[in-house]
Design a protein around this ligand. Structure first.
Ligand code: H53
Length: 839
């Protein structure tokens, strides 16, 4: 009876300390217990990696407590929830981030010290979780941190790939890809939920069935796999709230196909079942290029179907009327990748919950919001109809039905303008009939967000012009942001301490606008001295890494000039490399003059500002030109770094296998960073924000979010160059007749003539920027690029000026926190409110 239960509950409470304690000896005991019982090593003999594992498990225990409390609290309050659907999350490492957000980093560091370990050393043992490609995926990770910190009732949903983004290995200067089997050594940051599973169906046929005197559609699937949930707790900073990133793994279905077993081929039946796991096995490594691959479509539907079953199950736990669904659920589509969710919600509501079509459609129109991350129309996903028809026959019908109703409505509004109707249709008739996923997402979402102001302008005036004219109210933008917790507090602890000291508070960690308080101190000589000290220590750390990794010794008094991001023609790493070749050439000429005249004065050599140029990034495995850019970088580096005439005046380093944890090391040590995309091509960019926060000056074009950075810190505090966005289309038309500076022709000549070797291999690369083919306007922008570089050199010589600009960069970075982005989404797009877990 009730009495018995009470006794049992009291007994259970009596047995557990209310919460795990975080004083040094409790932490030590917990870590050692995990060494012994979880890692199963003797506490008298374990190495750094095992110590890291034990440490991670003790942190995980503390995360789980808060996570349970948060989930119970959400359940009790039943607020409207935001579900963030994304095929990619680039989380990087979790240890430091977790203990900092939990507020127990120093306790852990002290506890470990007494045991003879250093926290930083153990933190280095952790591998990166790289379940994403680039900016889009890291943005999702930053936004999860903000959602947790700001107490929003949020869930992230994605795929648990067994192989994350490939590891980049450089051999003879060429990129090679190796699989990233990241789960090899276990993953303490996830919790496997063997009982949270859903069946996901594919293929088969659709039949008509009699129902209530009418007909209805029934999908008879041909294949079924199981989705198993893996929960990754995401702790907020300075709050108990800890939210869930739920990633799905594919497993063979529980329902056994008796037929194949009965035929006696037991071994083959088991082997075939195992194939189900391939669905979540590997992340597609192409940043933004879409190919109609069946496996990719399967991944998309697999994660969408499992997530929606989970979301609908949670809704039904406490609601019975689907008309209330929009009051409780907001679904965010991160790019078009999850947009099958639209058809899936319709299918579930109509086919399974038996809602009438129009009623279901009314619900769908209220729950979805869509964010697009590209400006290139060719970057938009198109799914071949044949493919969809075989994999998801019922979904194709639903998309056709949605399109039919929508086109009928459209005709009433715009008349029979067939060109426009066909442009706006969800279905594209062409050589390959296909579904335009972006059109589907726009038609069915209540809001379409861009990722920066200029991006949104381009969407409205070019890419989605037709839609904007029809539904201006749907279009908005939320400029991207990054989390200062990871990008300052975790990755740059000395700068973090310095900022807190000078602001007299740590409150900026949750309220980043407070950084503006540094502006008043931008001329303070004491701050200058401490600021330079911190920057120097970070540069030393980076220099050590460079030497360990490449054997190249670099001087920390040189300017560290960095460009790290995915390799892409529009991002113009080639412009950077050609600029470096030009610099090299100038140094050589100055050296020749010095030798010739034996006169230091006449040579410009003393005026050269020493530079360490650092480039890093991965090329999509099938992207030939991007791979050639990497090879060119390494070939040029080989030449320059071994040229005794150059010495410390110029070094070029290609950092292999760029990822989140490498970024955490490189960004704090950079003096100058480059964001030099052809204007009108970078939807936002988020690397620029990370550098800005860390007091690194930007050399940039007026593209994406840089335009908004200029508004915050002023153009005097950065080095801008290049054609403006509105000039680019006309410049392209002029193409072949454009005048290209002599210096440009001469550096390209050097590459063509084999000055850096590999003449034949680089030919096609040179062809891409000469002879009227220079689509990304490298030649046109070269002169102003060199001028911006010269201005950076000049400013660097004046260290006082440089330091002031650096402080003002950090001080002006507040607007680029993902906290601000998320608050805008919450208020304007999702209509959700914080739901803070007490105590
Ligand atoms: O998304 C970032 C932007 C960036 C944009 C990037 C992106 C991807 O990483 C992948 C595909 C895609 O279409 C766009 O290139 O400008 O900052 C986050 O919004």
């Amino acid at each position: 009876g009730g009495g018995e239960t009470r006794v049992r509950v009291e007994r259970m409470f009596g047995l557990m300390d209310r919460f795990l304690k975080s004083d040094p000896s409790s932490l030590q005991k917990d870590i050692l217990d995990h060494v012994e019982y979880t890692v199963a090593r003797s506490r008298f003999s374990f190495d750094d990696f095992e110590a890291y594992q034990a440490l991670a498990h003790s942190v995980r225990d503390r995360l789980i407590e808060r996570w349970h409390d948060t989930q119970i609290h959400f359940k009790k309050k039943d607020p409207k929830r935001i579900y963030f659907l994304s095929l990619e999350f680039l989380m990087g490492r979790s240890l430091s981030n977790s203990v900092i957000n939990l507020g127990i980093r120093d306790q852990y560091a002290d506890a470990l010290k007494e045991l003879g370990f250093e926290f930083e050393v153990l933190a280095e043992q952790e591998g990166d979780a790289a379940l994403g490609n680039g900016g889009l995926a890291r943005l999702s990770a930053c936004q999860m941190d903000s959602l947790a910190t700001m107490d929003y009732p949020a869930w992230g949903y994605g795929l648990r790939y067994q192989y994350g983004l490939f590891r980049q290995v450089i051999l003879d200067g060429y990129q090679h890809e190796q699989p990233d089997y990241w789960l090899n050594f276990g993953n303490p940051w996830e919790i496997e939920r063997v009982h949270v599973t859903y069946p996901v169906k594919f293929y088969g046929t659709v039949e008509d069935e009699n129902f209530n005197g009418g007909k209805r559609k029934v999908w008879l699937p041909g294949e079924m796999v199981e989705a198993v949930a893996y929960d990754n707790p995401i702790p907020g900073h300075g709050t108990r709230n800890t939210i869930t990133l739920r990633l799905w793994a594919a497993k063979p279905s529980d329902q056994i196909d008796m037929e194949s077993y009965n035929t006696g081929d037991y071994i083959n039946a088991v082997v075939n079942r195992q194939r189900a796991e391939t669905i979540s096995s590997v992340l597609y490594p192409d940043d933004r290029s879409y190919q109609g691959k069946e496996l990719r479509l399967k991944q998309q539907y697999f994660f969408v179907s499992a997530s929606l079953q989970d979301i609908i199950r949670r809704f039904k736990d406490s609601h019975s009327n689907f008309d209330d669904f929009p009051e409780k659920v907001a679904l965010q589509l991160n790019d078009t990748h999850p947009s099958l969710a639209i058809a899936e919600v319709m299918r579930v509501l109509v086919d399974e919950e038996h809602l009438e079509w129009n009623r279901a459609w009314g619900i769908v129109c209220k729950i979805f919001s869509f964010t697009t991350h590209t400006v290139l129309p060719e970057g938009l996903e198109k799914v071949p109809v044949d493919l969809l028809e075989s994999l998801l026959p019922r979904h194709l019908q639903i998309i056709y039905d949605i399109n039919f109703d929508y086109i009928e409505e459209l005709k009433k509004k715009i008349g029979l303008d067939y060109d426009r109707l066909s442009r706006m249709s969800i279905v594209e008739d062409g050589a390959v009939k296909s579904i335009r996923m972006a059109n589907l997402a726009i038609v069915c979402s209540h809001t379409v967000n861009g990722v920066s102001r200029v991006h949104s302008e381009l969407l409205k005036t070019r890419v989605f012009k037709d839609f904007y004219e029809l539904w201006p109210h749907k279009f908005d933008y939320k400029t991207n942001g990054v989390t200062q917790r990871r990008w300052i507090v975790v990755s740059n602890p000395s700068l973090s301490a310095l900022i807190s000291k000078w602001l007299g508070t740590e409150a900026w960690i949750r309220d980043v606008d407070l950084l503006a308080g540094l502006q008043e101190q931008a001329a303070n000589v004491d701050l200058h001295e401490e600021w330079r000290m911190v920057r120097k220590v970070n540069k030393m750390r980076l220099a050590e890494y460079i030497e360990a990794m490449s054997g190249i010794k670099v001087s920390v008094s040189a300017m560290f000039d960095v460009q790290i991001k995915r390799i892409h023609e529009y991002k113009r790493q080639l412009l950077n490399i050609l600029g470096i070749i030009h610099r090299y050439d100038c140094i050589k000429v100055a050296y020749a003059i010095l030798i010739l005249f034996q006169n230091m004065e006449k040579s410009d050599r003393t005026k050269v500002v020493p530079r360490v140029c650092i480039i890093g990034g991965k090329a999509a495995p099938g992207y030939e030109i991007a791979k050639k850019i990497i090879k060119l970088c390494n070939a040029v580096a080989e030449k320059i770094n071994n040229d005794p005439d150059v010495g410390d005046l110029l070094k070029l380093v290609f950092i292999p296998d760029y990822n989140v944890s490498v970024a955490e090391l490189v960004i704090p040590g950079a003096d100058l960073s480059q964001h030099i995309s052809t204007a009108g091509h970078e939807a936002s960019g988020t690397g620029n924000m990370k550098f800005l926060m860390n007091g690194c000056l930007l050399l940039a074009t007026e593209d994406g979010s840089t335009v908004e950075i200029i508004e915050e810190i002023g153009e005097d505090n950065m080095f801008l160059f290049g054609a403006k966005m509105h000039e680019v289309p006309a410049l392209r038309v002029k193409g072949p007749t454009l005048k290209v500076p002599l210096q440009f022709a001469s550096v390209v000549r050097m590459v063509r003539d084999g000055y850096f070797g590999f003449q034949d291999y680089f030919e096609s690369l040179c062809d891409k920027v000469e002879g009227g083919n220079d689509f990304y306007l490298l030649g046109y922008d070269f002169q102003s690029y060199l001028e911006a570089q010269a201005a950076a050199d000049k400013a660097f010589v004046d260290q006082e000026k440089w330091t002031r600009m650096s402080i003002l960069s950090t001080a002006g970075s507040g607007r680029f926190s993902s906290d601000r982005t998320i608050e805008e989404y919450a208020e304007k797009t999702w209509g959700i409110e914080p739901c803070k877990c007490p105590f």
